[in-house]
Design a binder for this molecule. Structure first.
Ligand SMILES: C[S@@+](CC[C@H](N)C(=O)[O-])C[C@H]1O[C@@H](n2cnc3c(N)ncnc32)[C@H](O)[C@@H]1O
Length: 224
């Protein structure tokens, strides 16, 4: 089935015009569409176009951590409507305009208000997934990173949690400044261990980007 056009009052342009424009709540970059993520993760994507990649999936579940629903909505707007699709954006606030909320309902994109530092938020994410695993999990928090603990153990917690929620052939795209510089952690040794465990891993040290892909032979738990 081909792409079904959204009603004109929910057209991408109308919805984006309804978005607050600059420096929302002091976060600076906010409500970015997927094209902006594509640029940030270019160094690890190895030629993958995120939208085309999602369109190759039979069903699609996408999680965007520390973000509004905008990036997921921009993916779903470009895919056909006959697939099972679920999107979940997790952040501290829900600052969507009424048009964004209406659009998200039609696309099956949900907004979960929660602090990713808290285990209770991860329980809520799992509940929302209703047994589905995610094909794509993204985190491009930019300034939001400043709120997070500067602690390797915290990143280990987040990366392990997201890995467990990832589907076979699923992709994890994370922005992680400081990762690998704390607690004597040797990132190159970790990368070798991941590759030995059939996990596709790419780092872009200049842009703090990490990509992990779960292959059919990858372990359920991520080695650290
Ligand atoms: C710069 S903005 C959003 C960036 C967005 N991904 C984009 O590219 O447009 C940072 C986001 O991080 C979220 N955030 C900050 N600390 C958080 C936390 N501890 N748990 C969940 N979300 C958090 C904020 O609520 C905010 O939505």
């Amino acid at each position: 089935m081909g792409k079904v056009e959204a009603p004109s009052w929910l057209s991408r342009q109308r919805v984006r015009e309804s978005v607050r424009t600059s420096n929302y709540a002091g976060w600076g970059m906010y409500d970015s569409a997927i094209e902006s993520y594509q640029k940030s993760f270019q160094g690890v994507l190895e030629g993958i176009d995120i939208i085309s990649w999602t369109q190759s999936k039979n069903t699609l579940t996408v999680i965007d951590l520390m973000s509004s629903t905008e990036a997921i909505a921009s993916i779903f707007e470009s895919a056909s409507w006959d697939k099972h699709r679920l999107g979940l954006a997790v952040s501290l606030e829900d600052a969507r305009s009424d048009l964004q909320k209406e659009r998200d309902k039609g696309l099956n994109v949900e907004k979960l208000d929660g602090d990713i530092v808290l285990p209770s938020t991860w329980k809520k994410i799992k509940k929302k997934l209703k047994g589905h695993r995610a094909d794509l999990i993204m985190e491009r928090a930019v300034g939001g990173i400043d709120t997070l603990p500067k602690d390797f153990g915290f990143y280990e917690f987040i990366i392990s949690k997201t890995w467990e929620m990832l589907n076979e052939n699923g992709m994890l795209l994370l922005q992680a400044p400081g990762f690998g510089r704390w607690g004597g952690f040797k990132i190159s040794r970790w990368a070798k261990s991941l590759r030995r465990n059939n996990i596709n891993v790419v780092f872009d040290h200049d842009n703090y980007a990490i990509k992990l892909v779960k292959t059919p032979d990858s372990p359920g738990k991520l080695p650290f």
